[in-house]
Design a protein around this ligand. Structure first.
Ligand code: TXA
Ligand code: MG
Length: 352
């Protein structure tokens, strides 16, 4: 049944607690509330209510084998959600919470199996956005929240994206402006011998190794085939996808520009409408329409903040094919390229 989606606007720096009463009430009654976090907008429901959790999967069209992250506002909530605290956990929480780091723990019996999609573990994070934190506190519940997009689409970085995808499917949307990081949290598995990054994000490999010493990436991050079973089921889907086909060009930037120009010209001759995903430093070298800059190569964090919005803009331009530059895979660049490769379904050309 179609819902009447209520939209309320809040300013993160000037929150009126009165305004959080209604969304908190919706959560307590088993409803769905989309809210901003520092990474992307989340689609929240009471994590301890099996039916509410089921309605998240339904609203997003999410496969049931993809588990959800539980959001908390205070570490005191952890004890009822996890069955043990691994040795590095406290150090990580002290340093990175609230912030874009999701930790995987062994789950407690309280976690509905729908949340963990049948796994023995649960993903938990404390978001940094003050609206998110106050909302969870006001509801006084652990809140399950995937990104507030239709499954497979780019994650939402403002409330318009949420409304585009989910109007009529959720009870309430809190508009808290543009999100900061723009890419989803880093997912770190602490249940094995070595901490394992299941999804790169705002807290980087470099940040984590500085604190923990040895950290590894789950090999499934780079694998677009079905050969390796990812520990993070979300990694296996084509994801973040614009409507158009997308091809990424990787290598020396001058050669990348040349390769994209050539492919654009060939594709246009075939009658395709081509979009170019360029950068501030290169955008004037194409002299083509339907070009969007992801930002300056000198500021990878800005590129991260813009990426999902840019992918959605290509939908509005109704292009058939997006030809994209790559960025350096260090720091946040690793997460940017991970999302780009997923958006392109692994379609990457290495130019030499
Ligand atoms: O930044 C974020 O993390 C955002 C905001 C809203 O907090 N949320 C988010 O949720 O990105 P979602 O559902 O779009 O992505 C959750 C990812 C998926 O790749 C999922 O497979 C993985 O986390 N995940 C969840 N629980 C897991 C578990 N127990 N073990 C391994 N991976 C898990
Ligand atoms: Mg998602």
């Amino acid at each position: 049944m179609k819902k009447d989606t209520v939209i309320i606007r809040l300013n993160e720096e000037d929150i009126d607690n009165e305004q959080l009463k209604k969304p908190a009430e919706v959560l307590k009654n088993g409803g769905l509330v989309a809210f901003p976090t520092e990474t992307v907008y989340g689609l929240g429901a009471n994590a301890l209510d099996e039916d509410a959790v089921a309605s998240i999967f339904k609203a997003k069209g999410r496969p049931s084998d993809n588990p959800l992250i539980v959001h908390i506002y205070d570490e005191s909530q952890l004890s009822e959600l996890v069955s043990e605290l691994p040795k590095d956990a406290q150090m990580l929480m002290d340093k990175f919470w609230p912030g874009p780091l999701t930790l995987i723990f062994k789950k407690s019996d309280k976690i509905p199996s729908k949340i963990s999609a049948g796994l023995e573990t649960v993903a938990i994070r404390m978001p940094k956005n003050k609206i998110a934190l106050k909302l969870i506190e006001e509801a006084n519940l652990p809140i399950a929240a995937p990104s507030a997009n239709t499954s497979g689409r780019p994650s939402p970085t403002n409330s318009e994206h949420v409304i585009e995808d989910l109007a009529g499917r959720v009870d309430l949307v809190i508009d808290g402006g543009q999100t900061g990081v723009g890419l989803e949290s880093t997912v770190l598995d602490l249940t094995g011998d070595i901490p394992l990054i299941l999804r790169p994000g705002g807290v980087t490999y470099e940040d984590l190794t500085k604190l923990l010493g040895k950290v590894e990436y789950d090999p499934a991050i780079e694998d677009m085939t079905d050969d390796i079973k990812p520990r993070s089921p979300g990694q296996k889907y084509r994801h973040y996808s614009p409507k158009a086909e997308m091809e990424i060009f990787s290598g020396d930037i001058d050669q990348v520009v040349e390769a994209i120009r050539l492919k654009a010209s060939l594709s246009s001759k075939k009658g395709l409408r081509v979009g170019i995903l360029a950068s501030d430093e290169t955008k004037d070298r194409y002299k083509l329409n339907n070009l969007i800059s992801m930002g300056s190569r000198k500021e990878l964090s800005t590129i991260g903040a813009n990426l999902f919005q840019v992918l959605r803009e290509f939908d509005k331009l109704e292009v058939d094919l997006i030809l994209s530059e790559c960025v350096e895979e260090t720091e946040i660049g690793k997460a940017i390229m991970n999302r780009m490769k997923k958006a392109a379904g692994g379609n990457i050309t290495y130019v030499k």
